[in-house]
Design a protein around this ligand. Structure first.
Ligand code: TXA
Ligand code: MG
Length: 325
């Protein structure tokens, strides 16, 4: 059910949930201060309660409402990348809902770079917790239609068009002493983060590998996440993918493929989508292409992996969680 901005704000203020657009993926939003509203997110998504949620705020001045400290490194990251696809995990104020925090001592904050989301947060005077608006472990939505296909027509959706980043935000935790750690790769790369973090603050540093082992594991990062319903196989090598297509056909099974780069796929015996050979453009189209292939209802999806280069890390991360090598 599509709703207007005013309807979405009213629904959120009265304790309802609304799917909202962001530049990364659509989020299933609820008032971040209303526990009974927040619990609806977990019910609808069938998400385990120990998976914390990201709180979306209208601007960086609101960080102090949620976090006990805003270390200089985090301030500089926020100045460099907000509004944008960066989530900062900071020590939480004690009043921050345990439902949002998933019982962690920290809270995840982000200012999304989407005009409709920003209008909702600023004009509505709201802060909303919003995980991706899909069922737990399934493909993230990048259009209003994806949300409805995954969660049903009765979910209120604020349509803001197709998401132009296309994959979930980069998550960085920053401790009170300014040490930072990448928790989830995204289109803002670890190098982008390091450049800002080290340029402004001599003593700040990435947490060393030794120290990392002592830190808690990232909650809510499952090995198989972001998956289509159709079993998905990953290939480093196009030739091996083509051979698998032939073997499946010989066994009477149907397939569809997602390739990267040139679309010289004449040898391929199944329908295919080719993603552009640019990490930004491929990320933007990644989930919509997987949704499209999934809707073909074939027996197997065959996916060509991009090269193992830093610029492709976030796309590789999502693909490796979507299928099997
Ligand atoms: O781009 C995005 O980040 C999208 C849009 C809607 O903003 N949201 C999103 O939410 O991807 P979700 O729920 O699918 O992923 C949130 C992840 C959690 O699974 C967890 O890994 C991390 O954020 N997270 C949230 N709060 C945290 C905390 N306090 N400490 C550590 N990690 C946290
Ligand atoms: Mg998600």
């Amino acid at each position: 059910m599509r709703v207007s901005l005013e309807q979405a704000i009213a629904e959120l203020k009265s304790g309802g949930v609304v799917a909202i657009p962001t530049e990364t993926v659509y989020g299933l939003a609820a008032d971040a201060t209303n526990d009974s509203a927040l619990k609806k997110i977990f019910e609808i998504k069938q998400r385990p309660a120990d998976h914390p949620l990201i709180v979306h705020i209208g601007d960086m001045n609101q960080v102090s409402n949620w976090a006990t400290t805003f270390p200089e490194v985090a301030v500089n990251l926020a100045k460099a990348f907000w509004p944008g696809p960066l989530t900062l995990v900071l020590p939480a104020q004690p009043h921050v809902s345990r439902v949002v925090r998933g019982d962690e001592a920290t809270v995840a904050l982000r200012v999304p770079n989407h005009p409709v989301a920003l209008a909702l947060l600023t004009h509505g005077g709201l802060s909303v917790a919003a995980p991706s608006a899909n069922l737990f472990t399934q493909l993230s939505p990048t259009t209003a239609a994806h949300v409805e296909a995954g969660l049903g027509e009765s979910i209120p959706v604020l349509d803001g068009g197709a998401c132009n980043v296309g994959i979930e935000s980069t998550i960085v935790s920053v401790s009170a002493n300014g040490q930072w750690q990448l928790l989830r790769p995204g289109m803002i790369s670890e190098d982008d983060i390091a450049e800002v973090a080290t340029a402004h603050h001599q003593v700040s540093s990435a947490v060393s590998a030794d120290a990392q082992q002592a830190l808690p594991k990232v909650p809510g990062q499952h090995a198989l996440h972001y998956s289509p319903r159709t079993p998905l196989l990953l290939f480093k090598d196009r030739q091996a993918l083509i051979q698998e297509g032939e073997a499946l056909q010989a066994a009477g099974l149907s397939c569809a493929a997602m390739l990267i780069g040139d679309s010289n796929d004449s040898e391929l015996n199944c329908q295919s989508i080719t993603l552009p050979n640019s990490p930004d453009k491929a990320a933007e189209l990644l989930y919509s292409s997987l949704h499209h292939l999934d809707a073909m209802k074939v027996d197997r999806l065959l996916v060509e992996l991009p090269p193992a280069l830093p610029a492709w890390l976030a796309v590789l991360d999502r693909l490796s969680r979507a299928g099997y090598r």
